[in-house]
Design a binder for this molecule. Structure first.
Ligand code: 3UK
Length: 531
């Protein structure tokens, strides 16, 4: 039996000591922890380099109780910087690498981080934000520090910081209950929220989901197409394999069918983690055959949005393995409901992971019966401490032991839980949030658009993509050229995956008496029409 109480008990504890130093102590100093292309990092190297990084940060004046924003690709430097920071008591804050300058400006300033760790390839996106940042005191660039003009902010290369630091083993005297790192979570309105996670939560997710549902073990080789900056990828490819002394493969580039099949073939992973859109794209490729190219593949996992049943069924037919769909969240850190190799029902998120309790509640707070839709709430020790400087939202989401997911769920007579959409207007595209509000804001900032409403519309794979309803300003007519220009405009303003795949021009949009757009009416109308 896994003793979960021992993990959450309040005590002096630094997660880096257990995840990094624990592996060296267990004799895995020479084992490869991470592989990225031709580069490798052993557990022993990770220990030394993370000590040097922590000590280098300290020498620059950043120690226990400071914060470091990370805008970093999945390279060998990621785990060194992440664990180096945690070791030094500095909270790392990995950011989504697919965002635009203004969004970075918001999160860097909101977090009040003193240090920004950035991969050279991403430096140009964040550069225009730097003169306006009021809290940043230093930049660390993985690569050439001259690739970015940092103005008054001193810049150091990753190598310089590591060289400055000492390799002596140390860890800041943190507590198991203390905030270790943050992740930003987005909502339907308003800005993203800094979600604060504590040191013990990392091992809690590993001992519950990774160990008991996946049975992850020392000889596993992990490949996660979801990047380390997502809570999903962070667990999959970093904390889970490290919790059992396994190895993870990292890809710094985009996970396309080509790059993913190439990695599966060359690295022969035993566990693969993806999102539904990627599985659908992989299935359309002729390489989606037995084991997908890896003789060792034993588990495939999907999360981020609901997996359409036919994707799982076709994968099973072509690849020979089931896809385990599970739901997790930034707020709960990782997966809390999941299918398992022993118990799987497509079209559902499975059952609660050992260590988590799930309830479906009606609006009056009463628990729903079988087949009654309500909001899914979760109890489990990996829940975040709260949102940074967002008291109202914190109180609403983290209600004592229970965390409100904002997801509508229903439980069937056999105890399987099925997702029925959101309680708000949010939806996921490729597992990444889209807020209709921000796509609409981008659309109305175009010269031709008077009003806009955006909903998720199912594509031919049963996966949601943005669909826009717009009212044009006088003097503009709808044509393909205008639609292309609107799509390009949204990509530029809001993010590449958020552009509307369909645009419907209307004379007016359904609104409440107070002028609020009624997206649910458009959704109902759209559902009636089918694809
Ligand atoms: C939705 C799902 C149906 C759901 C995440 C695994 O996605 C993760 O975190 P986010 O904070 O989003 C959380 C929300 O995404 N969702 C996620 N998985 C599923 N809906 N079926 C699923 N399998 O709305 C949830 O509230 O981006 C996923 C591990 C860690 C994570 N943070």
């Amino acid at each position: 039996m896994v003793n979960l109480a021992a993990i959450t008990e309040r005590r002096p504890y630094n997660a880096a000591s257990e995840f990094v130093d624990g592996n060296v102590k267990a004799g895995r100093g020479n084992k490869v922890a991470f592989k990225e292309g031709t580069r490798t990092l052993t557990y022993g190297e990770l220990q030394k380099e993370s000590c040097r990084f922590a000590s280098g940060l300290k020498a620059l004046g950043f120690g226990h109780e400071s914060r470091m924003v990370m805008l970093a690709l999945d390279t060998i430097e990621f785990p060194v910087a992440f664990w180096g920071a945690i070791r030094g008591g500095v909270a790392p804050i990995p950011l989504n690498t697919l965002l635009a300058t203004d969004q970075y400006a918001y999160m860097i300033d909101d977090s009040r981080a003193a240090v920004l760790f950035v991969s050279e390839a991403l430096a140009k996106t964040v550069e225009p934000a730097l003169p306006k940042m009021s809290w940043l005191k230093a930049m660390i660039v993985a690569g050439d520090k001259n690739a970015i003009a940092t103005g008054k902010i001193p810049a150091y290369s990753f190598d310089e910081v590591v060289a400055k630091g000492k390799a002596d083993l140390f860890a800041a005297p943190t507590l198991s209950d203390e905030v270790a790192f943050w992740l930003y979570s987005s909502g339907s309105t308003g800005a993203p929220k800094g979600t604060k996670h504590i040191h013990s939560s990392l091992m809690y997710t590993a001992k519950t989901y990774a160990e008991q549902v996946l049975g992850m073990r020392e000889d596993d080789v992990i490949y996660s197409a979801a990047k380390l900056f997502f809570a999903y990828g962070l667990g999959n490819a970093m904390t889970f394999p490290m919790a059992v002394g396994a190895s993870a493969v990292l890809l710094s580039g985009r996970p396309t069918p080509d790059s993913v099949f190439e990695i599966i073939k060359s690295e022969q992973p035993s566990i693969f983690f993806g999102v539904p859109t990627l599985y659908a794209a992989l299935l359309a490729d002729k390489r989606a055959t037995k084991g997908a190219g890896s003789a060792k593949l034993r588990l495939c996992v999907s999360a981020g949005e609901a997996l359409p049943p036919h994707v799982g069924e076709n994968w099973k037919k072509q690849v020979g393995l089931d896809i385990l769909d599970g739901i997790g969240s930034t707020e709960m850190l990782h997966i809390f409901l999941s299918n398992s190799p022993k118990e799987l029902r497509y079209g559902t998120s499975g059952k609660p992971v050992p260590g988590y309790d799930a309830k479906i509640v009606a609006e009056d707070g009463k628990e729903c019966g079988v087949d009654e839709i309500g909001e899914l709430i979760i109890r489990g020790a990996s829940s975040a401490e709260g949102y940074w400087n967002q008291r109202e939202k914190t109180r609403r989401t983290f209600a004592g032991e229970w965390t409100y997911t904002g997801d509508k769920y229903v439980r069937d007579a056999d105890g399987f839980l099925r997702c029925c959409g959101r309680t708000d207007d949010m939806f996921k595209v490729s597992g990444i949030w889209v807020s209709p509000f921000e796509v609409e804001a981008a659309l109305v900032s175009h010269e031709a658009v008077l009003e806009a409403a955006v909903i998720g519309h199912e594509d031919s794979d049963g996966l949601l993509k943005p669909k826009a309803y717009i009212v044009l300003k006088q003097g503009f007519t709808s044509n393909d050229q205008l639609f292309e220009s609107l799509k390009a405009h949204v990509k530029d303003k809001a993010g590449a995956w958020k552009y509307p795949r369909w645009i419907d021009v209307r004379d007016d949009l359904p609104k409440t008496a107070t002028g609020k757009i009624q997206r649910f009416k458009l959704r109902e109308e759209d559902a009636g029409k089918g694809v």
